[in-house]
Design a protein around this ligand. Structure first.
Ligand code: NAP
Ligand code: ZN
Length: 351
């Protein structure tokens, strides 16, 4: 396997700033696409990984998994992509391709282990970790590369590659449609896109936020109602109101107060990844046959479906576009919750 040196931004240890480094990627193979990275979003999962919140970060780590780029080269057997066109890479860059989950377009559950776009053992590189999108190029098998519609603001579309699919997939799986009553917990990167997608699916949307400065903004984003979740009296007014609640909160919180807002047989679906365990009180699910469940990103075909849906409905993220030199400041602001609602790094001629 030929390899090439690529410039990237990453860190060698938890709590150290990201800095420029040289990483190795495989050279383009017969079914590979080589993407010049244009934009890459900053997801809270990148922050969890650089803090080693889950205890499995492989160092050095180069985060970034909301990658929009332009095709720089294609392998001789590539049929879906041409040099010069826009394309995108999200969270998944490899899987076994043959297990029941890969065969049914849910590569995120691959029985042999999904290879994620960063911090995963890379089969092509002898198990060395994959390196993410904060770099000048990415090489990936065309099966995992997305066709990128010509969004008016391409940078603002980058967050769809993780935040978009992570909220779209459960909204579709739990059949959210015209008239569904949907609650969204947390108005961050995922939460603000969830408002837009749930509205486009026809739902009545209520958001629950700990930030009073997001109440008016949530309505601007399309929410029908916005509630300050620290106000327990207000919360009780929503008892048994929701068919479905999407929980995007990144830190430990009490899910029981939200389970009580579900109607009979309603579902609360966790997509946020608080590093600590959450406790569920028996009576909050037993009563009313409620479900507490979870969802992990979405497969490649569904990611493509989501991109096309968002293009059709003119949905992108509200972003702050930054240069790569501002990346450490962006991570510390994300940690403090000081972002409306997603940072995107401009990597063109910039690294
Ligand atoms: P984000 O932009 O930081 O948003 C998280 C939001 O959670 C914050 O804006 C805040 O909303 C709320 N929050 C934070 N701390 C809180 C606390 N202590 N109590 C209550 N609410 C709190 O993060 P993100 O990028 O949207 O990601 C959200 C979570 O989803 C992260 O854990 C991330 O790792 C995870 N994730 C999971 C998947 C998956 O496939 N399952 C994919 C991507 C990301 P308010 O200010 O409105 O209260
Ligand atoms: Zn993500």
């Amino acid at each position: 396997m030929n390899i090439q040196k690529v410039k990237a931004y990453g860190t060698y240890a938890a709590n150290e700033p990201l800095k420029q480094m040289a990483i190795t990627r495989r050279s383009i193979g017969k079914t590979d696409v080589e993407l010049e990275v244009l934009y890459c979003g900053i997801c809270h999962s990148d922050l969890h990984q650089i803090h080693n919140d889950f205890g499995h970060t492989m160092w050095p780590v180069v985060p970034g998994h909301e990658i929009v780029g332009r095709v720089k080269a294609v392998g001789e057997h590539v049929s879906k992509f041409k040099v010069g066109q826009l394309a995108a890479i999200g969270c998944i860059v490899d899987s076994c391709k043959t297990c029941q989950f890969c065969e049914h377009d849910t590569e995120q559950f691959c029985e042999e282990g999904t290879t994620f776009s960063f911090n995963s053992p890379d089969k092509y590189m002898g198990g060395e970790q994959t390196y993410g999108g904060f770099s000048d190029l990415y090489v990936c098998d065309e099966r995992y590369v997305l066709q990128m519609p010509e969004f008016k603001d391409l940078a603002a579309a980058a967050p769809l590659l993780c935040a978009g699919i992570t909220v779209y997939s459960p909204l579709k799986h739990w059949n959210i449609k015209e008239g569904s009553k949907v609650g969204i917990l947390g108005v961050g990167g995922l939460g603000h896109i969830a408002i837009k997608i749930a509205k486009a699916l026809g739902a009545e949307v209520t958001v629950f936020t700990t930030s009073d400065n997001k109440i008016a903004d949530a309505k601007r984003l399309g929410a029908d109602y916005a509630v300050l979740s620290t106000d327990t009296v207000q919360l009780q007014e929503y008892n048994k109101k929701f068919d479905f609640i999407l929980d995007t909160i990144s830190a430990k919180h009490d899910v029981n107060q939200y389970l009580n807002l579900l109607t009979w047989e309603g579902s609360l679906v966790l997509v946020g990844l608080p590093p600590e365990s959450l406790e569920v009180g028996a009576f909050n699910v037993v009563y009313g046959r409620r479900s507490f469940s979870g969802s992990n990103i979405g497969g490649i075909a569904e990611t493509q479906e989501m991109l096309d849906f968002c293009f059709k409905h003119d949905i992108t993220a509200d972003i702050e576009l930054i240069d790569v030199e501002q990346i450490n400041n962006a991570f510390s602001r994300l940690e403090k919750g000081d972002i409306k609602y997603r940072f995107v790094v401009d990597l063109q001629n910039n690294i």
